[in-house]
Design a binder for this molecule. Sequence first.
Ligand code: ATP
Ligand code: MG
Length: 446
Amino acid sequence: MKTGKVDAGNLTAEQLRKVYLEYMAAEKHAIIGNASLIPEHDPSVLFTTAGMHPLVPFLLGEPHPAGPRLANVQKCLRTVDIMEVGDDVHLTFFEMLGYWSLGDYGKREAIRLAHTFFTRVLRLDPARLSITCFAGDEDAPRDEPAAAIWQSLGIPPERITYLPKEENWWGPVAVTGPCGPDTEIFYDVDPAGPAGANPAADPGRFWEIGNVVFIQYDREENGRYRRLPELMVDTGLGFERILTILQGAPSPYETGLFRPLVSEVETLAPAPEPFGVRVVADHARAATFILAEGVTPGNSDRPYIARRLIRRAVRYGHEMGIEGPFLARLAATVVETMGDAYPHLVEAQDQIRALLQTEEQKFQRTLRRGRAEFERVAAQYDNRLPGDVAFKLYDTYGFPIELTQELAAQQGLAVDMDGFQRAFQAHREKSRRGAAERFRGGLASQ
Ligand code: ATP
Ligand code: MG
């Protein structure tokens, strides 16, 4: 591939995926498919959270049918990041650009591949890259080889930080098993800021755009780390963060990937507010992808995540003055902008629309009933709404506590949140005891 020919500054999402895969193919990687968002072999996790997830058996030694050098673009979903959404870097649903070596190449090649992609193919300014490497401890030595490789590629030592296991170590998945140090790549979005900052300590300024893991050790039963005969490489690069940088946007929401969706939210909302717009756009997109997998909103596991995303989006939409159902319209925009890369969205669009409509109607009804009940009870108080009253709205009417707080504030009422928490805890204790009683009763009657 003629890496010099890419006008990286103008890449669209579609082109970035293509440029990445072409680069990896030219670097002799087999391009493997984009696995389902629902892990096939791993019932312990709800969603595919990283590109390596579907590849775990192969990283553990099973030979991959496509060979030892693999790459792809993988759709991912992280429920742990839902509360981060609204910042400039975390999305619930995102895409990861991955490449793997299953005992083929080593550290030098793994690092060179990332460095070449960022600085030659995409032409990111090398002076804005910062690197972290594993600091070393009683289990495994400091990853000086990785740092030396970065330095040989032109990264100055003051831009390389050594950090402990919490930051720069991956695995094992269970108590024992393969694991190893990683090296993370950060892009400085504020190069005028003070020099020498630790990238991991300032995530607003240093965006983590990639992580290269060297699976080099086996953690044994006795807690010792045994060096593995073969090195495995697992790399994940952040697609939306890279696209944001290339398009010179302040966050993914201003890139071509999100713009149509964001404009739609802003048009629908009489009183758009930046954080709410981001949450609604992110959640509509994530929910669309979950529903496309055949998940129906419900009360536990994956169905619950779908429900939570939909309801949170509706709640924020409602706060911005959107009346009536709107998520199906946003889903249509998601399908329009992402359908080329993800044709399964197009196939599932009728089903997505129907599920969104049903779920949204249900929640709108909850909101209406809760609101009526709120008006009725709130009229009885002058300046403080008792916690147990707020809890009853939440528990009996399914009315979100944030909405109670908001409506109360509009009437000059404060909600007794400590009282709410106490009522919440007491209720949890009671239902736990109830479950234990039922359980014992069940055993006794056998
Ligand atoms: P962060 O510390 O920023 O949350 P992470 O350490 O959780 O990132 P990894 O698990 O190493 O990230 O994932 C590999 C890459 O995927 C990251 O370097 C980042 O570019 C991207 N990434 C991770 N989480 C998200 C997310 N929620 N939204 C968008 N991109 C993400
Ligand atoms: Mg994270």
